[in-house]
Write a protein that binds this ligand. Structure first.
Ligand SMILES: Nc1ncnc2c1ncn2[C@@H]1O[C@H](COP(=O)(O)OP(=O)(O)OP(=O)(O)O)[C@@H](O)[C@H]1O
Ligand SMILES: [Mg+2]
Length: 333
Protein backbone atom coordinates (compact mmCIF):
# COMPACT_ATOMS: atom_id res chain seq x y z
CA UNK A 1 0.00 0.00 0.00
CA UNK A 2 2.84 2.38 0.84
CA UNK A 3 3.99 2.55 -2.75
CA UNK A 4 0.50 3.46 -3.98
CA UNK A 5 0.21 6.33 -1.51
CA UNK A 6 3.73 7.56 -2.25
CA UNK A 7 2.96 7.56 -5.98
CA UNK A 8 -0.27 9.48 -5.39
CA UNK A 9 1.64 12.09 -3.42
CA UNK A 10 4.49 12.46 -5.89
CA UNK A 11 2.06 12.84 -8.81
CA UNK A 12 0.09 15.45 -6.89
CA UNK A 13 3.32 17.25 -5.92
CA UNK A 14 4.33 17.21 -9.59
CA UNK A 15 1.00 18.79 -10.55
CA UNK A 16 1.47 21.47 -7.89
CA UNK A 17 5.08 22.17 -8.95
CA UNK A 18 3.82 22.96 -12.46
CA UNK A 19 1.07 25.39 -11.40
CA UNK A 20 1.27 28.59 -13.40
CA UNK A 21 -2.24 29.99 -13.09
CA UNK A 22 -5.63 29.78 -11.39
CA UNK A 23 -6.59 26.74 -13.45
CA UNK A 24 -3.49 24.95 -12.18
CA UNK A 25 -4.54 25.61 -8.57
CA UNK A 26 -8.07 24.45 -9.32
CA UNK A 27 -6.60 21.24 -10.70
CA UNK A 28 -4.53 20.73 -7.53
CA UNK A 29 -7.60 21.34 -5.39
CA UNK A 30 -9.65 18.94 -7.46
CA UNK A 31 -6.99 16.25 -7.52
CA UNK A 32 -6.35 16.43 -3.76
CA UNK A 33 -10.11 16.33 -3.11
CA UNK A 34 -10.55 13.38 -5.41
CA UNK A 35 -7.75 11.42 -3.71
CA UNK A 36 -9.16 12.29 -0.27
CA UNK A 37 -12.56 11.04 -1.37
CA UNK A 38 -10.98 7.86 -2.63
CA UNK A 39 -9.04 7.41 0.61
CA UNK A 40 -12.24 7.81 2.61
CA UNK A 41 -13.93 4.97 0.72
CA UNK A 42 -11.58 2.32 2.02
CA UNK A 43 -9.58 3.73 4.93
CA UNK A 44 -12.35 2.82 7.38
CA UNK A 45 -12.02 -0.89 6.56
CA UNK A 46 -10.78 -3.19 9.29
CA UNK A 47 -7.65 -4.25 7.43
CA UNK A 48 -6.66 -0.61 6.96
CA UNK A 49 -6.40 -0.05 10.71
CA UNK A 50 -2.91 -1.56 10.82
CA UNK A 51 -1.74 1.18 8.42
CA UNK A 52 -3.43 3.98 10.36
CA UNK A 53 -0.32 6.22 10.84
CA UNK A 54 0.50 5.89 7.16
CA UNK A 55 -3.06 6.74 6.15
CA UNK A 56 -3.18 9.71 8.51
CA UNK A 57 0.03 11.14 7.14
CA UNK A 58 -1.20 10.61 3.58
CA UNK A 59 -4.40 12.41 4.43
CA UNK A 60 -2.41 15.31 5.92
CA UNK A 61 -0.32 15.50 2.73
CA UNK A 62 -3.42 15.70 0.54
CA UNK A 63 -5.11 18.21 2.84
CA UNK A 64 -1.96 20.35 2.79
CA UNK A 65 -2.13 20.57 -1.01
CA UNK A 66 -5.81 21.43 -0.86
CA UNK A 67 -5.15 24.20 1.67
CA UNK A 68 -2.34 25.73 -0.39
CA UNK A 69 -4.65 25.74 -3.40
CA UNK A 70 -7.42 27.36 -1.33
CA UNK A 71 -5.05 30.10 -0.12
CA UNK A 72 -3.71 30.75 -3.63
CA UNK A 73 -7.23 30.88 -5.13
CA UNK A 74 -8.52 33.15 -2.36
CA UNK A 75 -5.75 35.60 -3.28
CA UNK A 76 -6.92 35.82 -6.90
CA UNK A 77 -9.66 37.89 -8.44
CA UNK A 78 -13.00 36.00 -8.40
CA UNK A 79 -13.56 36.62 -12.12
CA UNK A 80 -10.18 35.09 -12.99
CA UNK A 81 -10.97 32.00 -10.92
CA UNK A 82 -14.40 31.65 -12.53
CA UNK A 83 -12.90 31.86 -15.99
CA UNK A 84 -10.28 29.27 -15.03
CA UNK A 85 -13.03 26.98 -13.76
CA UNK A 86 -14.69 27.10 -17.17
CA UNK A 87 -11.44 26.03 -18.76
CA UNK A 88 -10.78 23.13 -16.40
CA UNK A 89 -11.13 19.77 -18.12
CA UNK A 90 -14.00 17.47 -17.20
CA UNK A 91 -13.63 14.03 -15.65
CA UNK A 92 -16.56 11.84 -16.58
CA UNK A 93 -17.44 8.15 -16.12
CA UNK A 94 -20.35 6.47 -17.91
CA UNK A 95 -22.32 3.65 -16.34
CA UNK A 96 -25.45 1.71 -17.16
CA UNK A 97 -26.90 -1.62 -18.11
CA UNK A 98 -25.41 -3.56 -21.00
CA UNK A 99 -26.33 -2.20 -24.41
CA UNK A 100 -27.87 1.11 -23.26
CA UNK A 101 -25.41 3.12 -25.36
CA UNK A 102 -22.51 3.91 -23.02
CA UNK A 103 -19.94 3.41 -25.76
CA UNK A 104 -21.77 5.43 -28.41
CA UNK A 105 -22.26 8.27 -25.93
CA UNK A 106 -18.68 8.10 -24.50
CA UNK A 107 -17.06 8.18 -27.91
CA UNK A 108 -19.27 10.89 -29.36
CA UNK A 109 -19.01 13.04 -26.24
CA UNK A 110 -15.22 12.61 -26.25
CA UNK A 111 -14.95 13.72 -29.87
CA UNK A 112 -17.38 16.61 -29.50
CA UNK A 113 -15.49 17.88 -26.44
CA UNK A 114 -12.23 17.45 -28.36
CA UNK A 115 -13.64 19.68 -31.10
CA UNK A 116 -14.19 22.39 -28.52
CA UNK A 117 -10.45 22.70 -28.02
CA UNK A 118 -9.09 20.74 -25.07
CA UNK A 119 -7.36 17.40 -25.57
CA UNK A 120 -9.38 14.38 -24.42
CA UNK A 121 -8.25 11.14 -22.82
CA UNK A 122 -10.78 8.38 -23.50
CA UNK A 123 -10.36 5.14 -21.56
CA UNK A 124 -12.13 1.88 -22.26
CA UNK A 125 -12.57 0.03 -18.97
CA UNK A 126 -14.63 -2.71 -20.57
CA UNK A 127 -12.95 -6.04 -21.17
CA UNK A 128 -15.20 -6.35 -24.20
CA UNK A 129 -13.68 -3.45 -26.07
CA UNK A 130 -15.68 -1.21 -28.38
CA UNK A 131 -14.72 2.36 -27.63
CA UNK A 132 -11.81 2.49 -30.08
CA UNK A 133 -13.99 1.66 -33.09
CA UNK A 134 -16.72 3.99 -31.95
CA UNK A 135 -14.12 6.78 -31.74
CA UNK A 136 -13.15 6.12 -35.33
CA UNK A 137 -9.95 4.23 -34.66
CA UNK A 138 -9.20 0.98 -36.36
CA UNK A 139 -9.86 -1.98 -34.03
CA UNK A 140 -7.02 -1.71 -31.55
CA UNK A 141 -5.91 -3.59 -28.51
CA UNK A 142 -4.11 -0.49 -27.27
CA UNK A 143 -3.24 -0.94 -23.67
CA UNK A 144 -0.19 -0.48 -21.54
CA UNK A 145 2.78 -2.56 -22.63
CA UNK A 146 4.17 -4.98 -20.08
CA UNK A 147 7.24 -2.81 -19.41
CA UNK A 148 5.08 0.11 -18.24
CA UNK A 149 3.77 -1.85 -15.28
CA UNK A 150 5.85 -3.55 -12.62
CA UNK A 151 5.04 -5.99 -9.91
CA UNK A 152 5.38 -4.31 -6.55
CA UNK A 153 4.31 -5.93 -3.28
CA UNK A 154 3.80 -2.51 -1.65
CA UNK A 155 1.22 -1.44 -4.22
CA UNK A 156 -2.51 -1.85 -4.27
CA UNK A 157 -3.24 -5.18 -6.03
CA UNK A 158 0.52 -5.80 -6.28
CA UNK A 159 1.19 -3.74 -9.42
CA UNK A 160 2.26 -0.20 -10.11
CA UNK A 161 3.44 1.92 -13.00
CA UNK A 162 7.15 1.52 -13.71
CA UNK A 163 9.32 3.80 -11.55
CA UNK A 164 9.44 7.33 -12.88
CA UNK A 165 6.52 6.79 -15.23
CA UNK A 166 3.83 9.40 -14.51
CA UNK A 167 0.24 9.01 -15.73
CA UNK A 168 0.74 11.94 -18.11
CA UNK A 169 3.76 10.12 -19.64
CA UNK A 170 1.63 7.01 -20.06
CA UNK A 171 -1.01 8.88 -22.05
CA UNK A 172 1.62 10.72 -24.04
CA UNK A 173 3.63 7.61 -24.91
CA UNK A 174 1.04 4.89 -25.18
CA UNK A 175 -2.27 6.66 -25.82
CA UNK A 176 -3.40 6.04 -29.38
CA UNK A 177 -4.20 9.24 -31.26
CA UNK A 178 -7.74 9.34 -32.58
CA UNK A 179 -9.82 11.95 -34.39
CA UNK A 180 -10.65 15.29 -32.75
CA UNK A 181 -7.72 15.40 -30.34
CA UNK A 182 -8.76 12.23 -28.54
CA UNK A 183 -6.17 9.92 -27.01
CA UNK A 184 -7.30 6.39 -26.39
CA UNK A 185 -6.22 3.62 -24.04
CA UNK A 186 -7.97 0.35 -23.30
CA UNK A 187 -7.16 -2.76 -21.35
CA UNK A 188 -5.02 -4.25 -24.09
CA UNK A 189 -5.16 -7.67 -25.58
CA UNK A 190 -6.66 -10.16 -23.23
CA UNK A 191 -6.02 -13.83 -23.87
CA UNK A 192 -7.73 -16.61 -21.97
CA UNK A 193 -4.39 -17.89 -20.70
CA UNK A 194 -3.13 -14.48 -19.65
CA UNK A 195 -5.06 -13.50 -16.57
CA UNK A 196 -2.04 -11.81 -15.04
CA UNK A 197 -1.85 -9.35 -17.87
CA UNK A 198 -5.56 -8.57 -17.57
CA UNK A 199 -5.24 -7.81 -13.89
CA UNK A 200 -2.13 -5.76 -14.47
CA UNK A 201 -3.83 -3.72 -17.24
CA UNK A 202 -6.89 -2.98 -15.15
CA UNK A 203 -4.83 -1.86 -12.15
CA UNK A 204 -2.57 0.30 -14.29
CA UNK A 205 -5.39 2.00 -16.18
CA UNK A 206 -7.26 2.72 -12.95
CA UNK A 207 -4.07 4.17 -11.50
CA UNK A 208 -3.61 6.38 -14.56
CA UNK A 209 -7.22 7.61 -14.36
CA UNK A 210 -7.11 8.32 -10.64
CA UNK A 211 -3.82 10.19 -10.80
CA UNK A 212 -4.18 12.05 -14.08
CA UNK A 213 -5.24 15.47 -12.91
CA UNK A 214 -4.00 17.65 -15.78
CA UNK A 215 -6.02 20.87 -15.86
CA UNK A 216 -6.22 21.11 -19.63
CA UNK A 217 -7.49 17.61 -20.41
CA UNK A 218 -10.97 16.16 -20.48
CA UNK A 219 -11.11 12.56 -19.27
CA UNK A 220 -13.89 10.16 -20.20
CA UNK A 221 -14.14 6.52 -19.13
CA UNK A 222 -16.50 4.00 -20.67
CA UNK A 223 -17.25 1.51 -17.91
CA UNK A 224 -18.18 -2.12 -18.13
CA UNK A 225 -21.93 -2.76 -17.81
CA UNK A 226 -23.58 -3.53 -14.51
CA UNK A 227 -22.81 -2.82 -10.91
CA UNK A 228 -19.52 -4.67 -10.35
CA UNK A 229 -17.08 -2.04 -11.56
CA UNK A 230 -18.80 0.86 -9.76
CA UNK A 231 -18.92 -1.31 -6.64
CA UNK A 232 -15.13 -1.54 -6.99
CA UNK A 233 -14.95 2.24 -7.49
CA UNK A 234 -13.53 2.15 -10.98
CA UNK A 235 -15.15 5.56 -11.31
CA UNK A 236 -13.14 6.98 -8.38
CA UNK A 237 -11.41 9.51 -10.64
CA UNK A 238 -14.66 11.02 -11.93
CA UNK A 239 -16.19 14.30 -10.83
CA UNK A 240 -19.25 13.62 -12.96
CA UNK A 241 -20.98 10.31 -13.52
CA UNK A 242 -23.42 9.75 -16.35
CA UNK A 243 -25.89 6.96 -15.74
CA UNK A 244 -27.35 5.92 -19.06
CA UNK A 245 -30.82 4.39 -19.25
CA UNK A 246 -32.65 2.85 -22.17
CA UNK A 247 -36.43 2.56 -22.46
CA UNK A 248 -36.51 -1.00 -21.07
CA UNK A 249 -37.68 -1.42 -17.51
CA UNK A 250 -34.57 -3.40 -16.58
CA UNK A 251 -32.20 -0.61 -17.53
CA UNK A 252 -34.12 1.67 -15.14
CA UNK A 253 -33.73 -0.94 -12.43
CA UNK A 254 -29.98 -1.15 -13.07
CA UNK A 255 -29.73 2.64 -12.88
CA UNK A 256 -31.47 2.65 -9.51
CA UNK A 257 -28.93 0.14 -8.25
CA UNK A 258 -26.02 2.11 -9.65
CA UNK A 259 -26.99 5.50 -8.26
CA UNK A 260 -26.21 4.74 -4.60
CA UNK A 261 -22.78 3.43 -5.67
CA UNK A 262 -21.73 6.71 -7.26
CA UNK A 263 -20.80 8.17 -3.87
CA UNK A 264 -20.63 11.68 -2.56
CA UNK A 265 -18.64 14.56 -3.96
CA UNK A 266 -19.57 14.06 -7.59
CA UNK A 267 -22.53 14.98 -9.71
CA UNK A 268 -24.79 12.37 -11.26
CA UNK A 269 -26.60 12.93 -14.53
CA UNK A 270 -29.21 10.61 -15.97
CA UNK A 271 -29.07 10.29 -19.74
CA UNK A 272 -31.93 8.59 -21.58
CA UNK A 273 -30.84 6.89 -24.80
CA UNK A 274 -32.58 4.99 -27.60
CA UNK A 275 -35.96 6.42 -26.65
CA UNK A 276 -38.74 6.65 -29.18
CA UNK A 277 -42.01 7.64 -27.48
CA UNK A 278 -41.59 5.70 -24.27
CA UNK A 279 -42.14 7.55 -21.00
CA UNK A 280 -39.25 8.30 -18.62
CA UNK A 281 -38.58 5.84 -15.83
CA UNK A 282 -40.30 7.00 -12.65
CA UNK A 283 -37.86 8.88 -10.43
CA UNK A 284 -35.12 8.92 -13.07
CA UNK A 285 -35.47 12.27 -14.69
CA UNK A 286 -33.04 12.53 -17.61
CA UNK A 287 -31.01 15.69 -18.20
CA UNK A 288 -30.92 14.82 -21.89
CA UNK A 289 -33.02 12.48 -24.03
CA UNK A 290 -31.12 10.94 -26.90
CA UNK A 291 -33.50 9.56 -29.52
CA UNK A 292 -33.25 6.20 -31.22
CA UNK A 293 -31.74 6.49 -34.68
CA UNK A 294 -31.24 3.38 -36.84
CA UNK A 295 -28.33 5.15 -38.58
CA UNK A 296 -26.35 4.90 -35.32
CA UNK A 297 -26.91 1.17 -35.04
CA UNK A 298 -26.02 0.84 -38.74
CA UNK A 299 -22.73 2.71 -38.12
CA UNK A 300 -21.94 0.17 -35.44
CA UNK A 301 -22.69 -2.73 -37.77
CA UNK A 302 -20.29 -1.24 -40.29
CA UNK A 303 -17.56 -0.69 -37.68
CA UNK A 304 -17.66 3.09 -38.04
CA UNK A 305 -17.72 5.98 -35.61
CA UNK A 306 -21.29 7.35 -35.49
CA UNK A 307 -19.85 10.84 -35.71
CA UNK A 308 -18.26 9.98 -39.06
CA UNK A 309 -21.05 7.77 -40.39
CA UNK A 310 -24.08 9.91 -39.51
CA UNK A 311 -22.92 13.34 -38.30
CA UNK A 312 -26.37 14.85 -38.84
CA UNK A 313 -28.20 12.21 -36.82
CA UNK A 314 -30.58 13.45 -34.09
CA UNK A 315 -28.64 11.16 -31.76
CA UNK A 316 -25.47 13.15 -32.39
CA UNK A 317 -27.37 16.43 -31.96
CA UNK A 318 -28.62 15.27 -28.56
CA UNK A 319 -25.13 14.18 -27.46
CA UNK A 320 -23.93 17.60 -28.49
CA UNK A 321 -26.59 19.04 -26.18
CA UNK A 322 -25.18 16.83 -23.45
CA UNK A 323 -21.68 18.19 -24.10
CA UNK A 324 -22.97 21.74 -23.82
CA UNK A 325 -24.85 20.94 -20.65
CA UNK A 326 -21.67 19.55 -19.19
CA UNK A 327 -19.52 22.50 -19.96
CA UNK A 328 -22.29 24.69 -18.51
CA UNK A 329 -22.58 22.54 -15.40
CA UNK A 330 -18.88 23.02 -14.75
CA UNK A 331 -19.37 26.74 -15.14
CA UNK A 332 -22.14 26.72 -12.56
CA UNK A 333 -20.23 24.50 -10.10
N1 LIG B 1 -29.42 6.41 -29.95
C1 LIG B 1 -29.26 5.24 -30.55
N2 LIG B 1 -30.02 4.88 -31.59
C2 LIG B 1 -29.86 3.69 -32.20
N3 LIG B 1 -28.98 2.78 -31.84
C3 LIG B 1 -28.18 3.07 -30.81
C4 LIG B 1 -28.26 4.30 -30.10
N4 LIG B 1 -27.32 4.30 -29.12
C5 LIG B 1 -26.70 3.12 -29.20
N5 LIG B 1 -27.19 2.38 -30.21
C6 LIG B 1 -26.81 1.02 -30.64
O1 LIG B 1 -27.09 0.16 -29.56
C7 LIG B 1 -26.10 -0.83 -29.41
C8 LIG B 1 -25.48 -0.71 -28.01
O2 LIG B 1 -24.82 0.55 -27.90
P1 LIG B 1 -23.44 0.67 -27.11
O3 LIG B 1 -22.49 -0.36 -27.60
O4 LIG B 1 -23.03 2.07 -27.14
O5 LIG B 1 -23.98 0.28 -25.67
P2 LIG B 1 -23.10 -0.06 -24.38
O6 LIG B 1 -23.91 0.42 -23.22
O7 LIG B 1 -21.75 0.45 -24.52
O8 LIG B 1 -23.13 -1.64 -24.44
P3 LIG B 1 -22.17 -2.66 -23.62
O9 LIG B 1 -22.72 -2.71 -22.25
O10 LIG B 1 -22.36 -3.96 -24.36
O11 LIG B 1 -20.79 -2.13 -23.69
C9 LIG B 1 -25.10 -0.58 -30.52
O12 LIG B 1 -25.44 -1.40 -31.60
C10 LIG B 1 -25.32 0.88 -30.88
O13 LIG B 1 -24.99 1.15 -32.19
MG1 LIG C 1 -19.92 -0.52 -24.42
Amino acid sequence: MTETLVRQQSTLDDLEARVVDARGWLAVDRQASSLLRHLATWSGAGWAQSSRPEIDSHQAHLEGARQRAAVALAGLDAGTVELARRRLGLRIALMGKGGVGKTVISSTLARLLGRRGLPVFAADLDVNPGLAISLGLRPTDAGLPAEAVVQHPGSAYGWSLAPGLEPRDVIDRYGVRGPDNVRFLGLGKIGSDDKTHTRQSVVALLHVLLNFGEPDWHVIADMEAGPTTPFEHYHAFADDVLVVVGPAWRSGMTARRLLPMVGEGRTTTIVANRFRDEPDHPGLSPAVRIPFDPAVAEAERRGLSPLDACPDSPTIAAINQLAELFVDQEVRA
